[in-house]
Design a protein around this ligand. Structure first.
Ligand SMILES: [Zn+2]
Ligand SMILES: [Zn+2]
Length: 113
């Protein structure tokens, strides 16, 4: 994510405290998505802490940034700017402004059955 920001949004200073906080918040929010539960499980199974099988998984880098829809546009409030990321929760394409500056956050309630 940092490389993409440095390349595409040079005016956004990654090294400031406030911006580091924004990036950490958004990265953690994305990692919490249920689609990465097998990835997190894998981190405990691979070194032998847990003896279990794990399902195939996608990494956040692959899901969020390597989307095949070239020219995807931001779906937040009919924005229409070029997409920066695909949200791991709502699966919407989101531009940099809506994802980082306006802190896109999904209000999806997880059904814990
Ligand atoms: Zn979302
Ligand atoms: Zn947008």
């Amino acid at each position: 994510m940092e490389d993409k920001i440095r390349r595409m949004f040079p005016d956004f200073k990654i090294s400031t405290r406030a911006h580091i906080g924004c990036l950490l918040n958004q990265a953690i929010e994305q990692l919490r998505a249920p689609r990465y539960s097998s990835l997190i499980k894998h981190a405990f199974i691979k070194p032998g802490y847990i003896d279990q099988d794990y399902d195939e998984y996608q990494t956040p880098d692959h899901y969020c940034f390597n989307f095949s829809k070239i020219g995807a546009r931001c779906e937040d409030n009919d924005c229409g700017k070029l997409a920066f990321i695909r949200c791991s929760w709502c699966e919407k394409f989101i531009c940099f402004n809506h994802f980082i500056i306006k802190l896109h956050s999904c209000q999806i309630i997880i059904d814990c059955k």
